[in-house]
Design a protein around this ligand. Structure first.
Ligand code: FAD
Length: 454
C-alpha cells in the first residue's frame, strides 16, 4: 500500500483552503495545507462580507476572532445615483444583521490559525509544483519550499484551493471553464483614514454615468474605497493609476468625493482588471477545486469570500463524513469521487443564479432609466430596500427581488417620466427581459438535472 502522508492535501490556505482544512481536521482527518504565501499577508481583493458571509464565519467558529480585528459593524447600506439615495438595513442571518469589511491580512490569518487550532497542519512558503498520480487518480502533491527543499505529499484526495490561477486546475486539465463571462468592470482600490464616525456604520455605493464607486469602513480606522470603472477604461488607469483614481473620484463621482472630504488616502492604489467570471469542472478522481479555483464571480456583488468559505466548509463536511479511503481501494475511491461530484453539483445549483445576476450588475453600463426607477422605489420603500440587500446575503434569490411585475412597473413609470428616450427604454427592457428569461431557463434546467431531496 502506498505511503499516505495525509488523508487530504489542500493547496492554498486562505478562504476556501482554511475552511476545508478546519472542517476536515475537526472531523478527525489528517490534513496538510500548503500555501506559497506566508501569513499574515494581503492579497489582491477587497473584503466586504454581507450578513451571510459573516454567518459562514460563525458556522466555521471563527467569527469572534475576526470581529476582534476591530472592523466596525455595518448595519446600514446605501445606494446612490445623482439625486436619489436609498438606504436600509438587512434581515438577520443566524442573528447577524450587519455587514463587515475586514482587511485580508487579518481575516486570512484568523482562518489559518483556526485551521491549525482544529488540528490541520498548514505549511507556509510551500508551493505546489506538480501532482502525484496513481492509476489515473490524483494521489498527492509535489511541493517546493522557499528554502529550496522539495518533497511529495501523498493523499487520496487533493483539494485545489489555490485561487483564480489555480495550478491544480491546470494540472488536472480543468483550467478551461465550461461557463464563462467576460469582465465588465475593472477594480481600483485604496484605503483612507476616516474621521466621519457618523458614517462608519454605512456600506455605501455611488453610480454616476458608467462609473461605480464604494466606500466601506474597515478595520484599522480606515475606509476602503473601491472604484469599478467599465473595463474599457482600464487603459486610462494603466499608465497613471493614482492620478486616474483621484480624477475619477473628483470629477466623475462627485458624491463619493463629498463622502471623502476630510479623509486622506493612506495607501497606494491596488488594481485588478480582466477578471473573467467562470465555472470550472471542479470534481475528478481524487481531486476537487474549491473557492476561486473552481468558480469565480465579478467582485461587484462581493460574493467570493462567502462562497469560498461556504463551499470549502461543505466539501470538508462531505469528505469528513466518509470512511477514510486509500489510493487503489476501489470501492472507497468511488465513494470519495461521488461525494466530490455531489458537492460540485450543489455549488453550481446554489451559485448559478447569483452568477448571472452578478454578471448583469457588473456590466459597464451607464445608469439607465430602469436603474433610476429602481433607486426611487428603494428609497420609497425600506422593506423593498431590505429585500434587495438580502439578495447580496443570498437569503432572497435575484428572481424573487427583480420580479416581472416590478420590472413592468418601473418601465411604466420611466415611460411616463418627461424626457425619457422611449426607443432606448424599449430596447433596454426587451434586452433585460430576454436575458432574464434565458438565465432563468438555464437555472431551472440545472435544478431539474440535479434535483436533490429538500
Ligand atoms: C479586486 C477583487 C475584489 C474582491 N472583493 C471582494 C469582496 O469585497 N468580497 C468578497 O467576498 N470577495 C471579493 N473578491 C473575491 C475574493 O477575493 C475571492 O473570492 C476569495 O479570495 C477566494 O478565496 P480562495 O481561498 O478561493 O482563493 P485565494 O484567496 O485567492 O487564495 C488562494 C491561495 O492559494 C495560494 N496558492 C496559489 N497557487 C499556489 C500553489 N501553486 N501552491 C501553494 N499555494 C498556492 C495563494 O498563495 C493564496 O494564498 C474580490 C476579488 C478581487 C480580485
Amino acid at each position: 500500500m502506498a505511503v499516505t502522508d495525509a488523508d487530504v492535501v489542500i493547496v492554498g490556505a486562505r478562504c476556501a483552503g482554511s475552511a476545508a482544512a478546519a472542517t476536515l481536521a475537526g472531523a478527525g482527518r489528517r490534513v496538510i495545507a500548503v500555501d506559497s504565501a506566508r501569513f499574515p499577508s494581503a492579497t489582491i481583493s477587497t473584503h466586504l462580507l454581507w450578513p451571510d458571509g459573516l454567518a459562514e464565519l460563525a458556522r466555521l467558529g471563527v467569527l469572534e476572532s475576526v470581529e476582534a480585528l476591530g472592523a466596525p459593524r455595518l448595519p446600514l447600506a446605501s445606494v446612490e445615483i445623482p439625486g436619489v439615495r436609498a438606504a436600509g438595513g438587512y434581515s438577520a442571518v443566524d442573528g447577524i444583521d450587519y455587514a463587515m469589511c475586514v482587511r485580508r491580512a487579518g481575516l486570512d490569518l484568523a482562518l489559518v490559525e483556526h485551521a491549525r487550532a482544529a488540528g490541520a497542519e498548514v505549511r507556509e512558503g510551500a508551493r505546489a509544483t506538480g501532482l502525484v498520480w496513481s492509476d489515473g487518480r490524483v494521489a498527492g502533491v509535489e511541493v517546493a519550499e522557499r528554502d529550496g527543499r522539495s518533497y511529495r505529499l501523498r493523499a487520496p484526495v487533493v483539494v485545489g484551493a489555490d485561487g483564480r490561477r489555480s495550478a491544480v486546475a491546470r494540472l488536472v486539465g480543468a483550467a478551461e471553464p465550461y461557463r464563462r463571462r467576460p469582465d465588465g468592470r475593472a477594480c481600483y482600490y485604496a484605503y483612507f483614514d476616516d474621521p466621519h464616525e457618523e458614517l462608519r456604520p454605512v456600506a455605501a455605493q455611488w453610480r454616476q454615468g458608467a462609473e461605480l464607486g464604494t466606500a466601506f469602513p474597515c478595520d484599522g480606522g480606515l475606509t476602503l474605497v473601491l472604484l469599478m470603472p467599465p473595463e474599457t477604461r482600464a487603459a486610462d488607469f494603466r499608465k497613471y493609476p493614482e492620478k486616474e483614481y483621484e480624477r475619477t473620484i473628483d470629477e466623475l463621482l462627485p458624491d463619493l468625493a463629498v463622502r471623502l472630504s476630510g479623509c486622506e488616502r493612506r495607501s497606494r492604489v491596488f488594481a485588478a482588471s480582466g477578471l473573467e467570471s467562470y465555472f470550472r469542472v471542479s470534481a475528478g478522481p481524487g481531486w476537487a477545486l474549491a473557492g476561486d479555483a473552481g468558480h469565480f464571480k465579478d467582485p461587484v456583488t462581493a460574493q467570493g469570500i462567502r462562497d469560498a468559505l461556504r463551499f470549502g466548509r461543505l466539501l470538508g463536511e462531505s469528505l469528513g463524513e466518509l470512511p477514510v479511503a486509500f489510493p487503489g481501494d476501489g470501492g472507497r475511491d468511488k465513494e470519495v469521487d461521488r461525494a466530490i461530484a455531489a458537492w460540485q453539483e450543489r455549488r453550481d445549483r446554489e451559485c448559478l443564479e447569483t452568477y448571472y445576476w452578478t454578471d448583469r450588475t457588473g456590466r459597464g453600463d451607464p445608469v439607465g432609466p430602469l436603474d433610476v426607477e429602481m433607486h426611487r422605489a428603494l428609497r420609497a420603500d425600506p422593506a423593498l430596500m431590505t429585500r434587495f440587500l438580502d439578495v447580496y446575503s443570498r437569503i432572497v434569490r435575484p428572481s424573487q427581488a427583480l420580479t416581472a411585475p416590478r420590472l413592468a412597473g418601473w418601465t411604466m413609470r420611466a415611460l411616463l417620466r418627461p424626457g425619457t428616450d422611449r426607443a432606448a427604454l424599449a430596447g433596454l427592457v426587451l434586452r433585460t427581459a430576454r436575458e432574464l428569461r434565458r438565465e432563468r431557463a438555464s437555472v431551472r434546467e440545472l435544478t431539474r438535472r440535479h434535483r436533490v431531496p429538500p
